[in-house]
Design a protein around this ligand. Sequence first.
Ligand code: SF4
Length: 298
Amino acid sequence: MLQQTQVKTVIPYFKNFVKKIPNLKVLSNSKNKKILKLWEGLGYYRRAKNLQITAKILIKKHNGILPKKFEEIKKLPGIGEYTANVLLALIYNQPRIPFDGNVKRVFSRLFNTKLEKNENRIKSIVNEKFYTNRNGDLAEALMEFGAIICKPNNPKCNICNLKKSCYFFKNKITVLIGNKRQEKEKKYNIYCYLKKKKREIALTKNKNLSFLRNFNIPETKIVTANNKKKNGWIYFCNYKNNISNIKMNINLFYKFIKNKPKNYKWYPINKRSNEFIPSFTKKIFKKIAKVYSQEISV
Ligand code: SF4
């Protein structure tokens, strides 16, 4: 849940999730629909799918126990190098450092080095200077230290115990490695097919947006010089929607039609649907509902 998402956002979702899905067995036997409903609003729904597939694999192939080998863990869906290191350090107390943005920044400031180029050197420094048999605590402490003390902006050097040996502090320089990468804002056109009287909108399984792949949204296209389509579409409004580091500037269009296009399904705009609807789409529902309330003559 914490991938690309802030802790304060995750906490209520996590509490509710573990209350309803208390163990691997329940997770693996639950309907995908139920998992997605519990995840609704958190975004990046592929994480929920991967979590459930992983639970099934663990039960089927590993007796419900997380493997202890790095290579084995990395084979599980959605688990990359960083997550594999976190799991091995925190669960099995293995001497592994999860190099997230915070930890990279700490080391780059301490030793004035770019981790990407000097990963092996950093690892040997960690083994030498931070030797401990509490490897899980060390991994967690480094991540917390980067988030709370050695912050991207205004690090709290005055209360930092490492300042005497910190290159950044001694040289008063700015090292910004590990700052969250913000993508440039992109323009999107969203085309909503609407049903005249029933207040319904046609949704399709998205193929274009990587972060919502295979979820229900209206037709959405990144605006390029070639795809400024008109064909009877009525411009409705413009709004911004930021999803993690993706900045979206959205133009909303609509068109009333009688028969839904191929591969689309009708959904009620105002009523709660039993099917899972991502927050991205719900925001569109809210905006496009105004088309009806403005009593546009159709
Ligand atoms: S002295 Fe400042 S820059 Fe250096 S590790 Fe501590 S908080 Fe980070």
